[in-house]
Design a protein around this ligand. Structure first.
Ligand code: ZN
Length: 622
């Protein structure tokens, strides 16, 4: 009895539903001595089955079990073969063993159709079985042949077929596809039967193939290995399409990756090919598509431009993060593309690759404009850079060239139309400096907000306080002209006016490499002689803080906050600590009130005002 319990227990553990019934039958039956009449087709069927599949005979106990259940019709012939194949150790015992692989296939065909399999059919079955499909699929196919029905009739056993096939045995072509996908692509080792079942089920239930591939491709390692992009592309293609990629397609996808597109983009492109679509249609599964979530994948032209540009400057591709940020920002506000580029190129890598400032400048012109600029222009930038003007600042100056807009238009980026003009703009201006102790405090107040201001400097002070002007320039502030030695221009000759302006302008240029674009006459005083000789637009003011008179920060704050309007030009002096105190309060207050703080030149540009030399501007209110 011990052996029976053992068999029953193993049954219960391994087999399901219908077969459990058989287990109950087995434990409850009284074992007879071998039941066998001289001509007994059912007994012959059992012997023949055991002989063909295992070259052995069933032991008495097992034989009795089959005999009872086959002859009573509790178990069909197909179920018997199925149970035998599924649990040979239980039904064949220690003496014999079930045949395997090709031999089992041959024997099964002889058993169920009394003939060998067609060679082509056989090699297909072997191929399936090497790719996750079980022998039950063969059993199923053979169990519905007319030959098998004939044999069952002769041996007086029931021929009913298999009621349930696991997912991987239902669609062998799909299983083969899934097996290759899991083994070569997903795990890098042969997929288990459970994994094949799981994924066949998923695809049958409507999981999209492209999405599943993308999920794995996103993980960085594929098939448990780290591979080059080339290896990845050809493996992904082979997995999705089921055949090798052509050199032409490989080059195309490779180029996309080199241009900064993500692997998801490549998966999406492959998912759109007719070959892949057809493959999925043949397998009756959903091809689906890949949802591109990274900004860089949304604009091939822009992404490849940014990538090539960065690579030229830094000697390596930008990171996905940098690209995503750059593309996102540019697409949201094309007017900001200059800042995006400037940020991307101001890296230590670029600094290292283009060691000399001259190399840097030449590369900038070559990449953005395709020409070498006139020597004087290069010289001006070099002057500034030798005095500490940063590459970032120089780059943003160079990119102001209208030719840049044309260049961007080639990439579908309209930098002119889309530039967003802030709703309220104001220009803070500081006269009579520079004076490092105060000027630096003002810059400290501006910098955290990226706010700009204009410093109308007195030329003969520059040599003593140059450091703060370099910093102001690097922060995007404007250095403007306030005469050489603070002379009231209405009292001097036309030639002297010109000298006052250009001596100061030279000093600014020799420090920063940038010539002042605008000037402010001392005391705001000008006449026709001044206008005729000044050679620059004259910037007066619309809000006068009288900071020099009261030396009271509260007075300055109130004057500004009570009077400020969009387009105003506000007058202060970077000579007094009280003015710096006021600025520290006023900058955040203005920003809080919705103002953008810009230089005078930026104010004119935003307002679309083309300033004329010798003309006085009090404000740029709309
Ligand atoms: Zn002044």
């Amino acid at each position: 009895m011990k052996k029976h319990k053992n068999i029953a227990a193993r049954f219960a553990m391994r087999l399901s539903g219908m077969i459990l019934t058989a287990a109950v039958l087995l434990t409850s039956c009284v074992i007879p001595s071998r039941v066998r009449a001289k001509t007994d087709p059912t007994a012959d069927f059992i012997d023949r089955t055991y002989e063909l599949l295992a070259h052995t005979k069933a032991d008495d106990e097992i034989f009795a079990f089959w005999y009872r259940n086959l002859s009573s019709g509790n178990i069909s012939a197909t179920s018997m073969i199925d149970m035998l194949i599924g649990s040979p150790q239980l039904f064949i015992g220690e003496d014999g063993s079930l045949q395997e692989g090709e031999a089992l296939l041959d024997s099964l065909s002889l058993l169920m159709t009394e003939k060998a399999l067609d060679p082509q059919q056989k090699s297909q079955y072997l191929d399936y079985m090497a790719h996750g499909v079980s022998i039950r699929r063969v059993l199923f196919d053979l169990s519905v042949t007319p030959e098998y029905f004939g044999i069952c009739g002769r041996y007086v056993v029931k021929p009913e077929g298999l009621t349930e096939l696991s997912p991987r045995d239902q669609e062998p072509e799909l299983t083969k596809y899934v097996y290759d996908m899991l083994s070569g692509f997903t795990y890098g080792r042969p997929a288990t039967n459970e994994e094949c079942d799981e994924w066949c089920r998923r695809f049958m239930d409507g999981q999209e193939v492209a999405q599943a591939i993308d999920d794995v491709a996103k993980t960085g390692t594929i098939g448990g290995r780290t591979m080059s992009d080339e290896e990845k592309v050809s493996l992904i293609y082979r997995t999705m399409v089921g055949q090798e990629i052509t050199a032409e397609d490989e080059a195309l996808y490779q180029e996309a990756l080199e241009n900064g597109m993500s692997m998801s983009y490549v998966v999406k492109k492959i998912s759109e090919t007719a070959l892949f679509q057809r493959k999925c249609s043949d397998l009756q599964i959903l091809a689906g598509t890949v949802e591109l979530t990274e900004p860089r994948d949304n604009n091939y032209e822009l992404t490849s431009f940014l990538t090539r540009m960065y690579t030229r400057f830094a000697g390596q591709k930008p990171t996905a993060e940098d690209l995503n940020a750059g593309v996102k920002e540019t697409l949201e506000d094309p007017g900001r593309v200059r800042e995006v580029i400037t940020q991307m190129l101001s890296t230590p890598e670029s600094q290292a690759l283009l060691e000399s400032d001259e190399d840097f400048l030449n590369t900038v012109f070559e990449v953005f404009y395709g020409y070498t600029p006139e020597e004087s222009r290069i010289k001006a930038y070099l002057i500034g850079m030798s005095n500490g003007i940063t590459r970032t600042r120089v780059l943003s100056e160079i990119l102001k060239d209208p030719a840049f807009d044309e260049k961007m238009a080639e990439y579908g980026i309209d930098t002119r139309v889309e530039k967003i003009v802030p709703e309220k703009i104001v220009a803070l201006t500081f006269d009579d400096g520079p004076y490092t102790p105060v000027t630096m405090r003002i810059l400290d107040a501006l910098e955290p907000y990226g706010a700009h201001a204009t410093f109308f400097v007195v030329g003969n002070r520059i040599a003593n306080y140059s450091e703060c002007l370099i910093r102001a320039t690097n922060l995007g502030c404007e250095i403007a002209d306030h005469t050489w030695n603070h002379t009231t221009l209405t009292r001097i000759s036309g030639d002297a006016v010109s000298r006052q302006i250009w001596d100061c302008a030279d000093a600014v240029y020799n420090l920063t490499g940038v010539c002042p674009r605008v000037m402010r006459p001392v005391g705001g005083s000008y006449n026709s002689t001044v206008s005729a000789n000044v050679g620059m637009p004259m910037i007066i003011w619309s809000v006068d803080t009288n900071d020099w008179k009261y030396r009271d920060s509260n007075h300055v704050i109130n004057e500004i906050l009570n009077n400020v309007r969009d387009g105003d030009i506000i007058l202060m002096h970077d000579l007094y600590e009280t003015t710096a105190d006021a600025v520290e309060y006023v900058v955040p207050a203005l920003i809080e009130a919705g103002y953008t703080l810009v230089t005078v030149s930026e104010l004119a540009e935003y307002k679309g005002i083309d300033m004329e030399n010798g003309k006085a501007y009090f404000s740029m209110r709309g």
